[in-house]
Design a protein around this ligand. Sequence first.
Ligand code: GLU
Length: 287
Amino acid sequence: MSFVTRFAPSPTGFLHRGHAFSALSAQAAARAEGGRFLLRVEDIDLTRCRPEYEQGVYDDLAWLGLEWEEPVRRQSAHFDEYRGALDQLIARGLVYRCFKTRREILDEIARAPHGPGEGPEGAIYRGQPLSPADEAALLAEGRPYAWRLSLDRAQETVGGWEALTFTEAGEGPLGETGVIQARPETAGDVVLARKDVGVAYHLAAVFDDALQGVSHVVRGQDLFEATHIQRLLQALLDLPTPRYRHHPLLTDAQGRRFAKRDRAESLRELRARGVSPRELRAELGFD
Ligand code: GLU
């Protein structure tokens, strides 16, 4: 079987050690299998992605000694393709328009009879389409809306979640490994097309993994939970399911995860103070 993997950063900040570890892990996996390594730029969030961060991705990865295939797929150039996938789901009644604001969604979740459930994306939301008349009225007012996946309709379509499994060759955060039963209900009615940008992460990622023939998704354990809903989308869109290999997240000396929001030292800062790529690779366990 051919082995194709990818590193898929979102250029919303400069890369840090955690990204370096993830990219090196994916490339090492491809090398070990004589496979291919792709770089994909997940830049659909036009409000947060910036050209200098994208350039930073190329500069930092090249500095680290990574090599990837050209051309790089940049998601912002393919909105029409994601729209095509969304249109299929719309035509089959698998998604519904959601006009609610973030505040309204959070209030509704807080009022839920069993209290708010916590999913990987925060509190879990399950909703319903509006009646055609109410929807037409809001559309006529020009109110913005997102498209949400209807888990109720999805469950009817695939006939229950039992048939939905994926193979984990690494480990989830709780040691999950082997054949895993997908649990899409842990994510709720996720947004597949945002009000502002017309698509959202899960749909674009699943679409591209299939389009690019990705056979193995090597990524951090923080994305393990995302696999549950991604597996469902693969079933709904009739796309193949790659194998997954989630790796542990790199932590600093205090045991904290590296994250942009904590102002982790970026690779470019580390480079500026004279750390060599060889030193960083060695620190991260790669030679
Ligand atoms: N773009 C995502 C991120 O930066 C990664 C997506 C993935 O590997 O599936 O977190």
